[in-house]
Design a protein around this ligand. Structure first.
Ligand code: GUN
Length: 286
């Protein structure tokens, strides 16, 4: 079997066009969706990420502001900036780029964001909403994975999904989203004794570990759907995921490549969440 690729660039293009169209409608009603991106310090990877987020907003017609601060910024000053953005009616989404400098308590900063503007979905109120099936914002990367499954018309009901990784940002919310669609979900992690025994049972596998070749062809049931959230470098310095793409492609029915798979979907879902936040703000006004 040669797996079909799920093209994250093409799906992102389609979803961002829809965001742009919906944004134009909102603008005609007098409301421009707005995202504030806050970067503290000069982490090179973070600088690239925030630039891409702001550019994606501009391309889709959203208002965006990028606030950059020195690494020496105090926690109190950052909390004050968040509070000011909470009260800014032009801002519907607030994203504080992580990691933050060590002297700042990242969780405290995240909890200072108004959950109604938590488009990253990292606030405990957002996590609680996801867990209980209440309205809230879903973290962008696992939300993007769900959109990829939707794009191939995959019905998760009764299927066995195995998530490898248990982070608050990807693994845990991913498991809850799959559960909400009636999958039977297993979460594997660094202390799992026999990973292969679990993955061989899976109809859907999401690899979100951050380590190359966590999933190889011998670990995959023929016809399984494989989503690769990993972002690593191989020995030649080329971007690669957690999955042995060449090998697993021979066994799986669908697979996401790296690059061009889940990666572009993360920013796309940030736009979707920001637009949704603006829509909620507008209906609260009416
Ligand atoms: N750092 C790496 N990815 C992310 C993300 O999705 N959101 C935030 N806030 N920081 C990040």
């Amino acid at each position: 079997m040669t797996a079909q690729r799920i093209d994250g660039n093409a799906l992102s293009h389609q979803l961002r066009a829809q965001v742009a169209a919906d944004t134009a409608v909102l603008k005609a009603q007098g409301l421009t969706p707005g995202l504030a991106v806050v970067l503290v310090g000069d982490n090179p990877a973070s600088q690239v990420y925030v630039r891409n987020k702001v550019k994606a907003c501009q391309d889709a017609g959203l208002h965006s502001v990028l606030e950059k601060y020195e690494a020496t910024m105090s926690e109190a000053d950052l909390l004050a900036r968040v509070e000011s953005l909470n009260n800014d009616p032009q801002i519907h989404g607030i994203l504080v780029q992580l990691p933050l400098p060590a002297h700042i308590d990242a969780q405290k900063v995240i909890e200072a964001i108004n959950p109604a503007k938590d488009v990253d979905g990292f606030h405990i109120a957002s996590a609680g909403a996801l867990m209980t099936g209440m309205p809230g914002f879903w973290p962008c990367t696992p939300y993007g994975c769900m959109k990829m499954l939707e794009s191939i018309g995959y019905n998760l009901s009764g299927k066995h999904a195995v998530v490898i990784g248990r982070s608050n940002i990807v693994g845990k919310p991913m498991a809850l989203m799959l559960l909400q669609q009636n999958a039977t979900v297993t979460i594997c992690h660094s202390a799992t004794t026999d990973l292969k025994a679990h993955t061989l049972q899976a109809d859907v596998i999401v690899a979100a570990v951050g380590k190359r070749n966590v999933l190889t062809a011998d670990m995959v049931k023929p016809g399984a759907v494989v989503l690769d959230v990993g972002m690593n470098r191989n020995d030649e310095g080329k971007l690669c995921g957690d999955v042995d793409f060449e090998g697993v492609s021979q066994v799986a029915s669908f697979i996401t490549p790296v690059p061009g798979g889940v990666g572009p979907m993360t920013i796309t879902m940030l736009l979707v969440n920001t637009l949704e936040s603006a829509k909620r703000a507008l209906s609260a006004q009416l």
